[in-house]
Design a binder for this molecule. Structure first.
Ligand code: NDP
Length: 327
């Protein structure tokens, strides 16, 4: 892209950012607030990696919309502190209706996920919304180290998958449907203009509804990790930027589509709408606070997807700034 093209893209991005800021300020109409229809019960939303960054903001915004939010985080003390901060800030703003809880959860630890699911079932009898936000990326700027590829894939992809498998049976029957939102990234697009995987056959299989399978996705990440271990991986075959992270998010995107297909046939009252989105380049610890938008803005599309009224709900799609994008 030339200078002019870049400037035009920047301008379009800024314009959309402003539009979304305006949209976020528009209150939901009573008819759109499906979660109010559950009264006197509150809709229960679980957010992973909620102690800071985008996860904290998603939790805060959902809580202010009147949901009962469970902030989940791998460090219990940090999670408790985040929940207390959220409540303190709400009280200072005069909002006494905010209700949040916190709970330890390490998405890379099967026993922790199991304990979390058991606690949720015991305490709440189930959930309405799951936001898979927990994630790691050890690269910054022009770095492209795969030193922590195992942890990146384990957290971002297998952690998301583990949570979906554990929590799916806990979705409460609900006339408005349940929601799963996976926090992903444009870097994980299979067919984006930049940073896509070089293996055209794999790309084609990942994008084909008929050929997409759990084995294909797991096989892809395992092949990548094996190549990392053998030091034979190449950025010709895999995405060039933040390769381990991009592969993990590519897997999240593909898994979102795979699960969506399984969920399509659910009967009314047991529907679950699963989608993924890219928050943009966000000023959080992950980017060394270098992004071009705030965590509040980065959280927007997650909250929008989680609260979308059923008649507007989509399934198995990828979004950014409240707009659908190609995978
Ligand atoms: P942060 O680093 O601020 O937050 C990441 C969160 O994930 C932290 O709460 C962290 O906990 C948690 N986490 C990491 N590993 C685990 C684990 N094993 N179990 C449970 N929680 C864990 O980053 P962001 O807020 O920016 O990132 C949130 C999501 O957004 C991620 O999925 C990220 O990939 C995605 N994203 C971010 C972008 C950005 O520009 N910032 C761009 C595109 C996507 P702890 O505090 O203990 O480390």
């Amino acid at each position: 892209m030339g200078k002019k093209g870049k400037a035009a893209a920047r301008e379009r991005r800024e314009q959309r950012r402003q539009e979304v800021t305006l949209l976020r300020a528009v209150p939901y109409e009573p008819g759109q607030r499906w979660w109010d229809g559950l009264a006197p019960e509150r809709a229960v939303a679980v957010v992973t990696g909620a102690n800071r960054g985008i996860g904290y903001e998603i939790s805060r915004q959902l809580a202010h919309h009147g949901l009962h939010v469970v902030l989940a985080s791998r460090d219990a003390a940090r999670c408790q502190e985040a929940a207390e901060r959220l409540l303190r800030e709400a009280a200072a703003a005069g909002d006494a209706s905010v209700y949040v809880e916190w709970r330890q959860l390490d998405v890379t630890d099967a026993a922790s996920v199991e304990a979390f699911a058991a606690w949720t079932a015991r305490t709440h009898g189930g959930i309405h919304i799951l936001v898979n936000n927990a994630g790691v990326n050890f690269n910054r700027g022009a770095d492209n180290s795969v030193q922590f590829a195992d942890q990146v894939i384990e957290t971002n992809y297998f952690g998301t998958k583990r949570m979906i498998e554990a929590m799916m049976p806990l979705f409460k029957p609900c006339p408005y449907g349940g929601r799963i939102v996976n926090v992903s990234s444009r870097l994980g697009r299979a067919d984006g203009r930049r940073n896509r995987i070089g293996d055209a056959s794999l790309r084609e299989q990942l994008l084909s509804d008929d050929r997409l399978s759990e084995e294909l996705i797991d096989g892809m990440v395992m092949k990548f990790l094996e190549q990392v271990k053998q030091d034979t991986w190449s950025s010709i075959e895999w995405p060039q930027m933040y390769t381990d992270y991009s592969v993990s998010k590519l897997a999240v995107n593909a898994y979102t589509r795979f699960v969506a297909r399984r969920l399509l046939d659910r009967p009314e009252g047991q529907k679950i709408y699963i989608n993924c989105f890219c928050p943009g380049w966000v000023k959080t610890a992950m980017t060394g606070w270098e992004g071009n938008i705030s965590a509040e803005e980065g959280a927007d599309t997650a909250v929008w997807l989680a609260l979308l009224p059923q008649e507007q709900s989509t399934i198995g799609k990828f979004f950014a700034e409240r707009r659908e994008m190609n995978f």
